[in-house]
Design a protein around this ligand. Structure first.
Ligand code: FAD
Length: 532
């Protein structure tokens, strides 16, 4: 006998559990299948952007998440770049972690955060346990995924037992990481760049390293660029302040956990000898790989299943969380009949170009430009030339994320300006531009707009005429589209939105904006829900 659900989620890492929370809050019946009983205690995925923290706000766990952080309150999130080793004379603080860019904060409702991914996963799992529509299969592995016109079927097996079950649902989502079974069985290929470079991840504890870095301003990450490393980094990240560290660096293909002096490698990158206790050594391959499509029929993929890449810039988890926030309400809309197939198609059309550009323009180009700099300038060859170039290198590192603002303008389900296509190159703005993230402005009752947005669509009606408001409200009611209305005045700072009527999607991106409802208001709703 098969058990029946609306959505089966395969993979219960942060992205899979996040999707289960997103769908569980929407009352969708889901099965979540994860082979591990508990989150893997590897302190990766630490930097959460302001935008990612907005997801946690809507999941009701932003404060809980902040309460389990290991860094002291107010400890600055950001990095140091050093040439050759951390003891070098050439170093600078940098802010190219996503969300760390100066001036970005006012466009987001939440501050960025930093904590080990396993703690984030524990908080997400806690929220999951409160949602009755989710059935969890922790300790189970998905073995096959098939689909036909009416649904999907997933065979699962107990990892430490003999249990087997068949699950059926309308949709399946693979949040099952870089080696995704769902991606493979849905016949989705990947493209991208394989740098053919093995990387080591070392987790260790050392008070002496913490003390040895006291000459720097307080920071959470330290990257070493070295002429021998061909643009790849030796990278230290704090797990806490005082003792816990992770470190990743390129190594040769032959390196194993048993044939290499990892403490020696870490000391060489630090530039001094220190005592340390090694806790973990693991490996990953440096590649930027993006799936050729994010959906095939009833199967979609999200997170590392859709895009794998080095953690340079900390894009992975943050991008994965945005994937599921984009996908969750679209699945709900289709299951409840108020969204069309075009809405599901838009998941791929909106999210894939964002990651392709992130991979190419931010990660791969960053590696290439670091490599060019290190090949060309060397203090031993020409000190004066190197010192001049080092200043430019610092400036470039601090502006690399200059125009990083993912948007969906040009998506068929938003009313964007002609000539735009979804991507990452944009400047955040208070103006409500269709396809762009809504900026969080204050309401006259003292709340922020982000405290008043509904779970479905929201119409911001700011000094708008009654007839326009009613036209959109009744178009939504007729189409069964959930719509909350926020009425307020078009002043007090809210005029910065630039329009009196703003239709906001359930993922806080603007679908449409104008001063009056168009004559055919139902057409706005039809297009925004992919039902046209
Ligand atoms: C050193 C390091 C530092 C990083 N730093 C950052 C950072 O600062 N910011 C950031 O955004 N990202 C960072 N990342 C990337 C981030 O960790 C990943 O992007 C993130 O883990 C992706 O989450 P996921 O849920 O998509 O995949 P995963 O975390 O890989 O989870 C996939 C899950 O699926 C399960 N699974 C797989 N197949 C099956 C199956 N057949 N049946 C059942 N379960 C299955 C696995 O057990 C796993 O739990 C870093 C990564 C590394 C290695």
């Amino acid at each position: 006998m098969a058990r029946d659900f609306q959505v089966i989620i395969i993979g219960g890492g942060p992205v899979g559990v996040g999707l289960a929370v997103e769908l569980g809050q929407r009352g969708i019946a889901c099965a979540l299948v994860e082979r591990h009983m508990t989150p893997q205690r590897i302190p990766k995925g630490q930097n959460l952007t302001q935008r990612s923290m907005e997801h946690f706000h809507f999941w009701g766990i932003a404060e809980k998440l902040r309460s389990v952080r290991l860094l002291p309150d107010g400890y600055p999130i950001g990095g140091i770049t050093a040439y050759s080793s951390l003891m070098s004379d050439y170093w600078f603080p940098y802010s190219d972690a996503p969300g760390a860019r100066a001036g970005l904060q006012s466009y987001y409702y939440e501050r960025n955060e930093r904590l080990p991914q396993y703690l984030t996963e524990e908080v997400l799992r806690g929220r999951l346990s409160e949602l009755p529509s989710i059935t969890t299969y922790f300790g189970w592995s998905a073995e096959s995924v098939t689909q036909n016109e009416s649904g999907v079927r997933v065979e699962i097996a107990e990892v430490a037992g003999a249990g087997r079950e068949t699950l059926e649902a309308t949709y399946v989502v693979g949040c099952d990481g870089g080696r995704s079974l769902v991606r493979e069985q849905a016949g989705i290929d990947r493209g991208g760049e394989d740098f053919d470079q093995r990387m080591v991840l070392v987790v260790f504890r050392s008070k002496a390293l913490h003390e040895g870095l006291e000459r720097f301003p307080e920071r959470t990450t330290y990257r070493v660029v070295h002429p021998d490393l061909r643009g790849y980094w030796q990278f230290f990240g704090r797990v806490d302040v005082g003792e816990g560290w992770f470190f990743h660096a390129p190594v040769t293909k032959e390196t194993t956990a048993h044939n290499y002096d990892f403490l020696g490698l870490v000391q060489e990158a630090a530039g001094f000898k220190f005592e340390a206790t090694m806790d973990y050594v693991g490996f990953w391959d440096l590649r930027v790989a993006v799936a050729k499509r994010y959906r095939n029929g009833r199967a979609s993929i999200a997170g590392d299943a859709a895009h794998t890449h080095p953690p340079y810039g900390g894009f992975g988890l943050n991008a994965g969380l945005e994937d599921i926030t984009n996908l969750g309400w679209k699945l709900q809309a289709n299951l409840e009949g108020w969204g069309g197939d075009a809405l599901l198609d838009s998941y791929d059309l909106e999210r894939r170009p964002v990651f392709e550009q992130t991979g190419e323009d931010m990660i791969a180009k960053g590696i290439e430009s670091d490599r060019e700099f290190l090949d060309r300038y060397n203090p031993q060859r020409d000190l004066a030339e190197f010192e001049r170039a080092w200043k430019d290198f610092e400036a470039a590192a601090n502006t690399r994320q200059g125009s990083y603002d993912p948007h969906y303008e040009g998506s068929p389900v938003v009313f964007g300006r002609p000539g735009y296509t979804p991507g990452i190159h944009s400047e955040p703005s208070f103006t409500a531009i269709p396809g762009h993230h809504l900026a969080p402005l204050s309401l006259s009752d003292g709340r922020n707009v982000f405290e008043a947005l509904g779970q479905g669509f929201t119409l911001l009606a700011l000094g708008a005429d009654e007839a326009s408001m009613k036209a959109i409200e009744s178009a939504a009611a007729e189409a069964g589209v959930p719509l909350a209305v926020i009425r307020d005045s078009f002043d007090g700072g809210r005029e910065a939105y630039g329009s009196r009527l703003v239709l906001v999607r359930p993922d806080q991106f603007v679908a449409w904006a104008g001063d009056r409802a168009p004559d055919d208001a139902p057409a706005v709703l039809r297009r925004a829900t992919g039902s046209a």
